[in-house]
Design a protein around this ligand. Structure first.
Ligand code: PHE
Ligand code: FE
Length: 298
């Protein structure tokens, strides 16, 4: 009965340009009552599995924030309930969306401390891999660190920076996007206990949680703003390089200068392959490159 009236997610469309998302910019109410038993079971399975894996692997701040927000394996959280805790902590609000947003809409949400969360969760047969962000990636992966005041400010500053880069042009935007990719999505942090994960793309993936920390294949290199902005990345496989911050404060400080002159200077510089190690890199590990596909860096 309930499923008949449940909102339907907008499917992506096959066109002559390939598989493209249908962008819908509207903010939607989370249809919590319409989640099926399968949906809740998918959340439970993933939540339990990742939490177990991430003890001792994810940043302490990340794990603590999940607990503080009241996320758990029982059922899919209600955005409204998370918002009470999150709003009180850092002034951020979760808003439900259909899926990926056009860049400028996304930046505008972030700049105003609204984090867009996909309202639907992957199907049971997509537990291990889904090509596009779903609720598990957005909520489990991105939302916890919004409880951290420094990281919360970083995300809002990124949104304002995105609006600015969008106005400057596509190259500026490409450079800024790489910063998001190598920090918010695939970042590692150095702690007294060793390297830990904070990137949402890693914490929401079983395979990459293990690979990013424990495999000998990828490079692990100290955070360097311009180095990151020059570095291509992978969207179809695990990353060839992970960048390591020393603290969330370092991330905030390093990104606070006006990027306008940096974008201008970078136009004269070559883009670096995803797997390169450069003179001057602070190398935590030089990867063996085992299993890397040729080509495909974007
Ligand atoms: N300082 C950046 C700029 O001038 C804005 C920014 C802050 C971008 C933090 C990313 C992260 O564009
Ligand atoms: Fe993401």
């Amino acid at each position: 009965m309930e499923t008949a009236t449940a909102p339907r997610r907008v499917e992506h469309q096959q066109t002559d340009k390939g598989y493209v998302p249908v962008y819908t910019t509207a903010v939607v109410e989370q249809p919590w009552e319409s989640y099926s038993a399968d949906d809740h079971a998918t959340w439970s399975t993933l939540y339990q599995r990742q939490r177990e894996l991430l003890e001792g692997r994810a940043s302490r701040e990340f794990l603590q924030a999940q607990d503080e927000m009241g996320m758990n394996a029982h059922m899919i959280p209600r955005f409204d309930q998370l918002n009470e805790v999150l709003g009180a902590a850092t002034g951020w609000t979760l808003v439900g969306v259909e899926g990926l947003l056009p860049e400028l809409d996304f930046f505008d949400h972030l700049a105003n401390r609204r984090f867009p969360v996909t309202w639907w969760i992957r199907r049971p047969d997509q537990i291990d891999y889904i090509a596009e962000p779903d609720m598990f990636h957005d909520l489990f992966g991105h939302v916890p660190l919004l409880m951290n005041p420094v990281f919360a400010d970083y995300m809002a500053a990124y949104g304002r920076g995105g609006v600015k880069a969008h106005a400057i042009g596509p190259e500026a935007l490409q450079h800024l996007t790489r910063l998001y990719w190598y920090t918010v999505e695939f970042g590692l942090i150095n702690t007294p206990e060793g390297l830990r994960i904070y990137g949402a793309g890693i914490v929401s993936s079983k395979g990459e949680s293990l690979y990013s920390l424990e495999s000998a294949a990828p490079n692990r290199i100290g955070f360097d703003l311009e180095r990151i902005m020059r570095t291509k990345y992978r969207i179809d496989t695990f990353q060839k390089t992970y960048f390591v911050i020393d603290s969330y404060e370092q991330l905030m400080e390093a990104t606070s200068p006006d990027f306008t002159p940096i974008y201008a200077a970078l136009e004269a510089q070559e883009h670096l392959p995803a797997g390169d190690v450069q003179d001057g890199d602070r190398v935590f590990q030089k990867g063996t490159g085992e299993g890397w596909a040729d080509g495909g860096d974007v």
